[in-house]
Ligand binder design. Structure first.
Ligand code: FSO
Ligand code: SF4
Length: 526
């Protein structure tokens, strides 16, 4: 196997041998490559044909399947490969019986990519990993009935390009296009979420778990959470979010359910410890699922493209009865179970998406003009297991009192239980939502730049990002496509970015690796 798509890749260079650091086995990695190769074959066919809504769905699901910590299940991946082949066959039925093969629609052997010139491999990896992340967002929008043909058709263009011999300049342009299209995709998901569930409102969320049966819901998919809330109504079962599902509490149509009680635990990488002995089932709607430990293996349920061998998978009919029955059988804690975040706080506040922040834009602008707010930091992205990620906790703790910290995605669990006080009635830490709510952060930055009549790069705003998997890749590409400069990135730089391509990113965009909170803060604040 060879895989270097995430931040924890072995030795900082690539996972090889029998299994990856994430627990993905060699055979699974090979099947994921086969699936990607088949998706390139499908894209090649689609470029000269008319893909349907069903074809788009197949591509979106296929790409989403290959994101880190989504599918560990060979059978599910084989099924996805068969689906991809069938979609191709539907577009070009003559291909399979053609006597004079033109190879134009053939699947691609991913070994060609992994063994290519390192700069070409690097650029193509940025595109491939970027569209994998984007596919997850397209999926969440699609289940709510939102889709965009510019986004859909770009998947084919990008996939087909990975199978072509293209020069670095052409690929670099496509890397930027990936960022631009992902911005559209995040906007689509923002629209899907807010039109369906309302504009997020600032909401305090407890980490304490009440006595009685409960279900923990992890991942990003609000639609799955909604369906589960409906199906558990009046059953005496409470629902707790986990990881990236925390911002769901802020959506009016979801917080209206009285049995949506609070948030269980912290970021994804702590799940093996936090789920040990859990008297409740956990439903995974997306990443990040870790290899399941024996001690809680009877209580993990998956849905969508998330899959793990032997765990019960809830199909598209979305009948959550097995999860509900498991919650009733396990019965939950006998009495209130106190839990805290990593800094000891037991309350998390979320819901500062663009709607809320822009509604107090005047207040924010006045505070900046009066000198009460000196600087904004966007400290966001993924969490992960590396010890170096303490940087983000220390960084936030050390920010001066006249600065605001905007945050999003699961990296916030490093500091979202801290109370850093307020500036003019606004909390100093504002959680804008999930990783895809980077769209909200971008909208706020653009609005502030408009109010101060300057460019986004001239604002007193610095982005300090943490990355782990492929959604972070597509978000980074969107920020670069917008021309945002001087981003701090950590905890390490992606293994798939070659030294030459890194030079391009540093020269064009001033990307810096994080160093120490002290040194970086000194550099930023002068
Ligand atoms: Fe985190 Fe996992 Fe949202 Fe990622 S839970 S790491 S960027 O999946 O998607 O922030
Ligand atoms: Fe390794 Fe990450 Fe790939 Fe898993 S997803 S095999 S940890 S590089």
């Amino acid at each position: 196997m060879f895989c270097f798509q995430c931040e924890q890749t072995a030795g900082g260079t690539g996972c090889q041998g029998r299994a990856g650091v994430c627990g993905k086995k060699a055979n699974t990695a090979t099947l994921q490559d086969e699936l990607t190769g088949a998706l390139i074959g499908l894209a090649r066919t689609a470029m000269n044909s008319t893909p349907t809504a069903e074809t788009h769905k197949t591509v979106i699901e296929g790409l989403f399947t290959t994101i880190t910590n989504v599918s560990f299940d060979d059978e599910a991946i084989e099924c996805q490969i068969a689906k991809t082949e069938a979609a191709k066959q539907a577009m070009a039925p003559q291909c399979s019986s053609c006597a004079s093969k033109c190879v134009r629609n053939d699947n691609y052997d991913m070994q060609n990519l992994w063994t290519d010139n390192e700069d070409i491999r690097s650029l193509k990896s940025l595109i491939l990993f970027g569209i994998r992340g984007m596919a997850a967002y397209a999926y969440h929008a699609l289940v709510l009935g939102y889709t965009d043909d510019e986004v859909n058709l770009f998947f084919y263009k990008a996939l087909a390009a990975i199978g072509e011999e293209l020069d670095a300049d052409t690929l670099l342009a496509l890397v930027m296009e990936t960022g631009n299209v992902n911005l559209k995709c995040m906007e689509l998901l923002d629209r899907a979420n807010t039109e369906t569930y309302g504009t997020p409102e600032p909401t305090k969320v407890t980490m304490n778990i009440e006595a009685g049966p409960f279900i923990v819901v992890s991942g990003h998919d609000l639609y799955d959470l909604h369906l589960l809330l409906e199906q558990t109504k009046g059953k005496g079962i409470n629902i707790y979010t986990h990881g990236e599902m925390l911002p769901a509490h802020a959506y009016p149509a979801l917080k209206a359910y009285p049995h949506l009680k609070g948030n269980f635990g912290t970021a994804w990488q702590n799940q093996q410890k936090e789920f040990d002995g859990l008297p409740a089932p956990v439903l995974f709607t997306t990443n990040c699922l870790m290899p399941v430990k024996q001690s809680y293996s009877d209580r993990i349920f998956t849905t969508e493209v998330v899959a793990y061998p032997e765990m019960v998978h809830i199909d598209e009919d979305k009948d959550f009865t097995p999860v509900i029955n498991k919650a009733l059988e396990l019965g939950g804690y006998r009495e209130l179970h106190p839990m805290t975040g990593i800094n000891g706080g037991d309350t998390l506040t979320t819901g500062f998406a663009r709607g809320t922040v822009l509604s107090v834009a005047d207040k924010v602008i006045d505070a900046v003009k009066a000198g009460a707010i000196k600087h904004f930091f966007l400290v966001g992205g993924c969490d992960g297991a590396r010890p170096g990620r303490n940087y983000y906790t220390d960084f936030v703790k050390q920010t001066p009192k006249d600065t605001i910290i905007l945050t999003l995605a699961c990296g916030k669990y490093r500091f979202n239980d801290l109370d850093l006080g307020e500036i003019g009635g606004l909390p100093r830490i504002m959680d804008m939502g999930q990783c895809n709510d980077a769209y909200s952060a971008i909208q706020v930055a653009i609005a502030l730049a408009g109010a101060f009549e300057c460019g986004v790069n001239e604002l007193p705003l610095t982005l300090v990002l943490s990355w782990y998997e492929q959604k972070a890749v597509c978000i980074l590409l969107s920020l670069l496509a917008l021309g945002i400069k001087n981003i701090y990135l950590g905890p390490t730089l992606p293994a798939f970015v070659s030294p030459n391509i890194l030079n391009v990113l540093v020269e064009k965009f001033g990307i810096s690796p994080i160093s120490t909170p002290e040194a970086d803060l000194k550099k930023i604040l002068g």
